[in-house]
Ligand binder design. Sequence first.
Ligand code: ATP
Length: 230
Amino acid sequence: MIILDGKDIGIKFDDRWLYQKVNFRIEQGHNLALIGDNGVGKTTMIRAMLGQVPLTTGEFIWHDDSNRKIAYVPQYRPDMQAFPLRVSDFVGLTFDQGLRPWLSKAEKQRLTAILAITNLTDIADKRIDNASGGERQRAYLAQALVQNPDILILDEATANLDNVAKYALMDVVKNYQHQYQLTVIMVSHDIDIMQKYADEYLLLTTHGSEYETIGHLDVAKLKEGGQMLV
Ligand SMILES: Nc1ncnc2c1ncn2[C@@H]1O[C@H](COP(=O)(O)OP(=O)(O)OP(=O)(O)O)[C@@H](O)[C@H]1O
């Protein structure tokens, strides 16, 4: 099922077009890799999908339930997570508890299930500031998944992780995605990661965009253009 059609999308800031006539679609349960040079406007495209940036031309046509939940995993930065919290408390922070200081039974069950899915059960009581980079990033992923999202945005979520940690993170995403029909939008500069996990790609450039299944990605051309890290 198609959940979003992007039709002739164009975004201009002041007198500068980031891109024009961008066409793509997002299918439920698929992983779309959003790629392009630094500063081309990938984050802006995501913000526009979320309604935070107005389009200059074109439109987004959503076909799914308007109550869709969208969760976000940021890029891992070693200096970012110095919280004196247990991993399980950190993951549970995203529950909307209102004024209630404790977790409900259902929330506790959800938390336990997500800790297991993200392979964090064994370190649930460990302090997050003592966890490894890969563990911390899986905790961010768990924080996103615990909200039971329809769409997960990975914003260079595997950048700065070592090879073992980045595949461990993406394997969790892939398994969850297939089990729960989660739709993933993944901003990435990592060719191996996108070839292994994406279904389609949207390449943004100032002089045109490309939307295709991942098998059509011209890796040699991308490397030539300096757009990819690996
Ligand atoms: N609200 C705004 N007003 C004016 N210019 C903006 C605004 N938001 C973003 N920009 C500019 O738009 C361009 C695209 O930014 P964006 O962060 O979307 O790029 P990106 O492709 O995600 O970059 P990176 O790969 O470095 O994260 C940048 O030049 C940025 O400075």
